[in-house]
Write a protein that binds this ligand. Structure first.
Ligand SMILES: Nc1nc2c(ncn2[C@@H]2O[C@H](COP(=O)(O)OP(=O)(O)OP(=O)(O)O)[C@@H](O)[C@H]2O)c(=O)[nH]1
Length: 338
């Protein structure tokens, strides 16, 4: 049973040779793999048999790998039951059950409906991007606009971060690079007015996708949340079913901070998905699992590098394979063969 499951993961990962995304996942997760894998290896080297001390150490290892406290406890508890049920003692086999549990947190299907971006059936689709400064919001918008434009969709960008000096210009540079128009107003101007202009233009020109960049920080949190609410109202007055996505961008290198940031945003803004950036520079890839399990918000996109093409749809099987490649590829043990 276990091998069948891993075969499916391997197939999902290696099945699309033409897809450069697979290689990117692989390369980007090297750091996470090294740190997580090294921790697990140490754990398994220290234990020959799987006993209660092993489970305590496993829980600590998972917490240390940034999968989050609740997730770590849940996995360890479920694993304890599973090990009893299957009567597994071999630590390699247990390692594989851990991997299986991690994939289960996302569903085995690899890329389900929930993990994909939603588009309007007709009329403009609006994606609203939120998140603190420096998380990679503008870069992600630039990469996504490029991808959608290449797919043949018409794209419009709205520079509604009028607060941070240079933010408008940064988005305009991306607009030029992607060859997509940008609606902007004066620095310090009303962001909702920029969004209104952009929505009207998108409707008039029948634009496929309007992507709105928003401020990551204002004078205070209440102002920021009020502004995001106002922007949403402006969009919904013109396009009642939009925005299709409110995407929170978080910096994957910050581990647990990314999780608490997401929790805070989630209390005030209803987000539909998360973008986890800088996974390539992070040893904390485990955070992806924490986000889904503790926030119940799907990760929809991941940033795998600084380049224009380094944005991928989040695909759990690719992700988990990238993280635990060594473990999954290892030959099956005698116990598993039985
Ligand atoms: N390695 C790596 N770097 C990234 C990724 N995404 C963004 N960056 C870098 O992170 C830095 C910050 O990105 P920005 O897009 O300016 O951040 P932002 O959230 O828009 O910040 P504000 O415009 O201040 O709101 C830039 O140097 C980006 O090149 C990624 O996936 N991998």
């Amino acid at each position: 049973m276990i091998m069948g499951f891993f075969d499916r993961i391997k197939k999902a990962f290696g099945g699309k040779d033409e897809n450069a995304e697979t290689e990117k996942y692989d390369a980007a997760l090297e750091k996470s793999r090294d740190s997580f894998g090294a921790r697990l290896n140490k754990l398994f080297a220290n234990f020959r048999t799987v006993d209660e001390d092993f489970f305590d150490d496993l829980e600590e290892t998972l917490i240390g790998a940034d999968v989050g406290f609740e997730t770590a406890v849940r996995i360890t508890d479920e694993l304890r039951d599973e090990v009893k049920l299957r009567n597994v003692h071999d630590s390699n086999a247990v390692a594989r059950v851990i991997v299986q549990k991690l994939v289960d947190l996302y569903g085995e299907s690899g890329k389900d409906e929930d993990n994909s971006l939603h588009f309007a059936e007709e009329g403009p689709t609006v994606f609203l991007f939120v998140g603190v400064n420096g998380a990679g919001k503008t870069t992600t918008i630039g990469k996504l606009a490029n991808r959608l434009h290449k797919e043949g969709k018409s794209v419009l960008l709205a520079a509604a971060d009028t607060f941070r000096a240079g933010a408008i210009q940064q988005l305009q540079v991306w607009g030029e690079r992607d060859d997509v128009p940008v609606v902007a107003g004066p620095e310090g101007g009303d962001p909702a007015a920029v969004v209104y202009d952009a929505v009207v233009r998108a409707k008039k020109e029948n634009t496929d996708v309007l992507i709105v960049d928003t401020a990551g920080r204002l004078q205070n949190k209440v102002n920021l949340m009020n502004e995001l609410a106002k922007i949403k109202r402006v969009i919904q007055r013109e396009l009642p079913d939009q925005p299709a996505e409110v995407l929170l961008v978080v910096d994957g290198t910050t581990g647990q901070n990314a999780l608490s940031q997401a929790k805070e945003f989630n209390q005030t803004t209803e987000m539909t998905g998360l973008v986890l950036t800088k996974l390539d520079g992070s040893g904390k890839g485990g955070i992806v699992l924490a986000v889904r399990n503790e926030l119940h918000v799907p990760v929809k996109l991941v940033g795998l590098g600084e380049g224009i093409d380094d944005l991928a749809d989040f695909e759990p099987t690719k992700f988990v394979y990238g993280l635990f490649k060594g473990l999954i590829d290892a030959p099956e043990t005698e116990e598993e063969e039985k």
